[in-house]
Ligand binder design. Sequence first.
Ligand SMILES: CC(C)(COP(=O)(O)OP(=O)(O)OC[C@H]1O[C@@H](n2cnc3c(N)ncnc32)[C@H](O)[C@@H]1OP(=O)(O)O)[C@@H](O)C(=O)NCCC(=O)NCCS
Length: 152
Amino acid sequence: MTTDHIDAMMAIMESAFDPRWGEAWNRKQLSDSLLMPHNQYRLIGADGGEPADDTPAAGFSLIKTIPGEEELLLIAVLPEHRGKGLGKALLQQFAQEARERGAEKIFLEMRANNPADVLYRSMGFEPIGKRTQYYKAADGSRIDAITMALSL
Ligand SMILES: CC(C)(COP(=O)(O)OP(=O)(O)OC[C@H]1O[C@@H](n2cnc3c(N)ncnc32)[C@H](O)[C@@H]1OP(=O)(O)O)[C@@H](O)C(=O)NCCC(=O)NCCS
């Protein structure tokens, strides 16, 4: 983990997440999370490959790799690079690496009204649970969290 990579992820986080939903993490949350040995991140460049040191990243994923609990904690792509398959590539990379670690399932949690639902379902994720009124939006309203799982 380098400070540069935390900077890159924070830059993406700040423009990718709509502040209405309060989903973006702050720098302390992100760097604390990266101190956990079972958490890993992946950066992706605008061309779908690993970004070179002098090239800004277009997206990232943050993954929890605990056996039996492999989970996507965050995924984000800069708005100007969306719709080009980068989000799907990050998810496919997670699925592939989890499979190589011996995982049989991977999980994620999303707010019920997140349009990324289309992407997750297109990859075969299915809803397996709901936490009622789990998220608190900026306007004070409550939104359910949906847990989704993909069998590998
Ligand atoms: C979710 C996100 C990472 C998707 O990134 P992306 O690079 O645009 O995704 P892709 O280009 O790989 O999309 C793959 C498919 O899902 C669909 N899709 C992806 N995001 C979508 C959205 N927001 N609304 C509708 N469809 C979407 C695309 O149409 C595409 O379908 P296709 O391959 O049949 O054309 C991006 O929208 C984002 O950063 N959102 C804000 C952060 C967020 O909400 N993250 C998830 C919660 S942690």
